[in-house]
Structure formats: C-alpha cells, structure tokens
Design a binder for this molecule. Structure first.
Ligand code: ADE
Length: 352
C-alpha cells in the first residue's frame, strides 16, 4: 500500500494532532454530508421505536447501556442479513442512542486508500462509521482497517521502494458498524475484529403490520388495520418494501379520493404493481417459472438460472432467493436449486 506524503505522527493514545499533509486531501473530500434519502423520513430514531428484531434490540440495548456507563466507544458491530431489514436504520439508532454522529458510506465508495483514510481521520471520539456492503472492501482498505479497529491507529506507508517507511497516525476511539448481505464472504481477520455480530431476520406479520401503521401515521394516511395487514403480507418480510408499497397505496388512494384506506384498496393498488398475495413480484415468479417449466423443477445451478433470467448470480443469491427460501418455495441442494411443491402450487395460483 502506498499513500505518498510526509508529516509527523502524534504520540500513541493521545487525541490525533491536526491531520498531516498526507491525509489533508482525503479529509476534505469526505467533509460532505450524505444526501437525505426518501427512506429517512420513516426510519425510527430510538431503540424504543424500532419494531421487531427483538434479540438484536436486546443485545444492542445492553451494549449501549454498558458503553454509556463506561464512557467508551461502543464495540464494533457487524450486522448481516438480507437487504431492507434495517441495518442502516439500526446504525443510525445506535448513534442517536449514544448521542454521537454516524458517518455513512459503502465499500464500493472506498476504492482508493485515501477514501477510507479520510473518513477515519475525520472521526471524533465515539462516533460511528457505517460501512455498507463491507464484504466488498478492497484488500488495501481492509488492511488499513485492522489496526484502526483494534488499536485506533492507522499504519500508512510513506514513500516507495527502498525509501518506503511506515507512519502511524492515532485515531479517535470509534465504532465501526459493518453491514453485509453476505457474511460468508467476509474474511475471517475482518470478521474476528467485530465484538458484536448480529443477524437481522425477516419480520413477522404482526411486526410488519405495526411498522406499516406507524409509517402510515407519518405519511398522514388513514389505514384500517386489515389494510396494514394486507401490505404486511405482501412486503416479503421487509420494512423497506412495506414502506415502498405503502407509498404506492397512498398514490392510488389520493387519485381515487379515498380518505380511509381499506384492504380492498390495498389489493387493487398492489395488483397494479404485480405484487401477489404473498409478496412475490414478477421477477420472483419468473424465477420459479423458469425452474419449473424450463428445468423440470431442478436441480439447476445458480449460474445457469441467473443466465436464463439475465440476472447477476450474486444478486440472485443474496437479494432474490432468501425470501423464496424462507417461504419454502425454493430449496438449495448440493446439486443446485429445486422448486418445492409449495412453489409449484403458488405458481399455479398466480399464473401470469
Ligand atoms: N421502519 C422501517 N423499519 C422499521 C422498524 N424496524 N421499526 C419501525 N419502523 C421502521
């Protein structure tokens, strides 16, 4: 790794001195705030408002309280599980509960060493750094993170060839919150540096119904409990999808002049978007259909299936399949993917 510049390092254990020249540019590049996203307005801010994931909340609740008492940075946290279940939301909740700022980035944005250096040297004591898709970090970025996570220091190589030297830069004690949909793709040295490793689960219907009602309140939409349940049934166990569907329902309600939304209106609105009663969309049904009618039900390899669908195998495996597996429509066997009886029955019910 070569980050070329000069400058002296501060003594270990003390607060960082003003960043030496080698990191100046990197620091400035990372000063911009993350733009607000549509999802942000519906996110819970406090642990008490976060619905579901009870084990996760319990574990993190204890860690937060212990950390507050000790006046230390929270241990590094790795959150894994399918997309849309609230990993970013939980990182923001942690920051709110600890009264610190949360810096949000994702591994593909940290391609150059200076990207991660800029973020790390900018952190104030006890702040959170959230890195999404952490399994996609480059080797160099990952190696910079090891001493940063373990000893709050950056080891930078200055110069090249025979004149190369290592400089150590102290960092403020911080918490890394890593998120991934592919925990198995993380290298073990990186995984081992997280003190808390937690899986997010698909949400149950009752929790989803409560999430939908809460979001409806924030969107000024009056929703009957049955209507909230109908959205809950169709959101693939995922709050992000629930909130997206809810916005589509709100559009249909607004255009039709409905002030109170019932279950029938939800069904009508979501059929328009080809979301079926179990939450499968057109691309899920296409996968099941190809497996059943194109490959006699399987087994068929992931790459073959992905090629047939014109999908990227990684997306198929980490984004599309988990819900189909969880619903019992699909099985992964050593010889490939297989459609289940329930999957076939579902296809029959919802023939395109
Ligand atoms: N919105 C999205 N996810 C949520 C959750 N887990 N609890 C409450 N509101 C949410």
């Amino acid at each position: 790794m070569a980050i070329v510049s000069s400058g002296s390092s501060a003594p270990r254990g003390s607060r960082p001195e003003p960043a030496p020249r080698l990191v100046d540019a990197a620091v400035q590049e990372h000063e911009q705030e993350r733009p607000l996203q549509r999802e942000d307005s519906l996110r819970p801010r406090k642990l008490a408002d976060y619905i579901g994931q009870s084990e996760l909340k319990q574990v993190l609740g204890i860690a937060i309280e212990a950390t507050r008492t000790r006046e230390e940075a929270l241990d590094h946290v790795l959150l894994y599980g399918p997309p849309g279940l609230g990993k970013t939301t939980m990182a923001l909740v942690l920051a709110e509960e600890l009264g610190v700022r949360c810096r949000i980035t994702s591994a593909p944005a940290l391609e150059r060493p200076r990207d991660i250096v800029g973020l790390l040297v900018n952190l104030q004591p006890r702040e959170l750094l959230f890195i999404d898709e952490i399994h996609r970090l480059t080797r160099v970025a990952e190696e910079l993170l090891y001493p940063a996570m373990e000893d709050f220091r950056l080891d930078l190589t200055v110069g090249k060839g025979t004149t190369a030297r290592t400089r150590t830069l102290p960092l403020a004690p911080f918490t890394l919150v890593g998120a991934t949909t592919r925990a198995g793709s993380l290298s073990s040295p990186l995984r081992d540096r997280f003190g808390l490793i937690q899986r997010l689960e698909f949400y149950g219907l009752e929790d989803l119904q409560a999430i939908v009602q809460r979001a409806a309140g924030l969107l000024n939409l009056e929703l009957e409990p049955e209507a909230a349940l109908e959205v809950a049934r169709r959101c693939r166990g995922t709050p992000r999808i629930a909130n997206r569907l809810l916005r589509r329902v709100r559009d249909v309600a607004a255009v039709g002049g409905h002030s109170l939304v019932g279950a029938a209106l939800v069904q009508q609105a979501l059929s328009l978007h080809r979301v079926d009663g179990r939450g499968l969309d057109a691309s899920d049904r296409r996968l099941l259909d190809l497996l059943h009618n194109g490959y006699g039900g399987g087994p068929v390899g992931l790459d073959t299936l992905a090629a047939g669908l014109g999908e990227d195998p990684v997306t198929l495996e980490s984004v599309v399949e988990p819900f189909l597996l969880q619903q019992g429509f699909l099985q992964r066997t050593p010889r490939g993917r297989v459609i289940t009886e329930a999957g076939i029955a579902h296809l029959r019910e919802h023939a395109a």
